[in-house]
Ligand binder design. Structure first.
Ligand code: MG
Length: 378
């Protein structure tokens, strides 16, 4: 079997001025990403995603990978992840190369699954859990001045039993946002907070210690991703589990987070960290050191599907069978049709649990006509 066709498809959804959503660092008005369509000489089509702006992802794939991927046997997928560190030498550890590798790797695993008629999670080792726990990413900072209560109420009404909210604009505002979220979610729900790296370590310590009483499942990116000494300081000064990884890529960056015990949970984004092959290496490193793995998802339906397959395959630490923790899967609640409109059967997280898809490959059918509506290169 060999790949005979490769197409990169930049897609974007733009929010009107005044409707921007964001985090403590500011507002955003676009959901943009890059899809990849591979086709084999047997007629099998595989889909991947690079969590990177279209023109950059497209140029990286075309310049560095097109000639190698066309003619490649998709079953040789793991060699691509390994080879990316050597060829192009010195560039393999850069984010856009790993985004490109991610897209190709995910699409190859989709093809492999469809060819052997198995979902990808089975090919990654299978799972011991039949369902995952979806959580709502919500309570964004908003341009429109909407109340902070409304989005979290909507998440509860939609059936979510866990949620992650944005904080990071000052300790008093953080406490109020967490108080409101906990009150509306109820005492039993998992509640996570995301600072998006907006604090210095001392600021993060103040906020995290102030909200600890609200039973926080994890605090995400309390300090910027590169501030590794800051993560070390936080670990010593707060009692809430720390998560990071959405801005990291490649197994070497994650190995540092894990080996130095800078975080309690790593959050690889499948469309950025290097795809399934690299994410599998990251998960093995993490679970060996009893560090949790919860994928970051702010992607299209393709990247979401990849993260769900990966999440289903991640095992618990061998000694923790009697204190199981839910494998949580992120469902961003901002206005993003790329998450559901490009899938014939979108994922339904509405009853507080998500069945692991059993269809082959990524377990999705991509609606190519719907993609055309959002192409950024037309
Ligand atoms: Mg985050």
């Amino acid at each position: 079997m060999e790949i005979v066709d490769l197409e990169t498809i930049p897609v974007v959804h733009t929010l009107p001025n005044g409707d921007g959503v964001g985090d403590a660092r500011g507002f955003g008005h676009t959901h943009g990403t890059t899809l990849l369509r591979l086709e084999t000489d047997t007629g099998v089509v595989g889909w991947g995603e690079a969590f990177a702006p279209g023109p950059i992802a497209e140029a990286t794939i075309e310049e560095l990978f097109h000639d190698e991927v066309v003619g490649m046997d998709p079953f040789d997928v793991e060699s691509l992840a390994v080879q990316s560190y050597t060829d192009p030498y010195h560039f393999g550890g850069s984010v856009f190369v790993q985004c490109a590798v991610s897209a190709i790797d995910i699409a190859c695993w989709d093809i492999i699954g469809k060819t052997v008629d198995q979902p990808v999670y089975k090919l990654l080792g299978g799972t011991t859990r039949s369902s995952l726990t979806p959580y709502a990413s919500t309570m964004y900072f908003r341009e429109d001045g909407r109340s902070i209560e409304e989005p979290i109420r909507e998440a509860v009404q939609a059936g979510f039993t866990a949620a992650k909210i944005k904080i990071g604009s000052g300790v008093e505002a953080d406490i109020e946002r967490v108080r409101v979220a906990r009150e509306i979610l109820g005492d039993d729900a998992d509640l996570m907070v995301d600072i998006n790296g907006n604090y210095r370590p001392d600021q993060a310590v103040r906020t995290v210690n102030a909200i600890e009483e609200y039973d926080i499942t994890w605090v995400e990116e309390p300090v910027p991703p590169e501030n590794l000494t800051g993560y070390r300081e936080l670990k010593e000064r707060v009692n809430v589990p720390i998560a990071a990884g959405e801005a990291h890529f490649g197994r070497f960056a994650f190995k540092r987070l894990i080996d130095d015990r800078l975080v309690d949970i790593v959050q690889p984004n499948l469309a950025r960290c290097g795809g399934f092959s690299e994410a599998r290496a990251i998960a093995k490193l993490a679970t060996t050191e009893n560090v949790g793995v919860r994928p970051h998802i702010w992607n299209s339906g393709v990247g979401l599907a990849a993260a769900i397959q990966f999440a289903a395959s991640v095992s618990d630490y061998p000694h923790t069978r009697h204190v199981p923790e839910p494998m949580m899967v992120e469902f961003d609640q901002s206005d993003n049709p790329l998450r559901h409109e490009i899938l014939v059967d979108p994922f339904d997280p509405s009853d507080g649990s998500l069945d692991v898809p059993q269809e082959p490959g990524l377990g999705i059918t991509v609606d190519e006509a719907a993609i055309e509506k959002y192409r950024a290169d037309r």
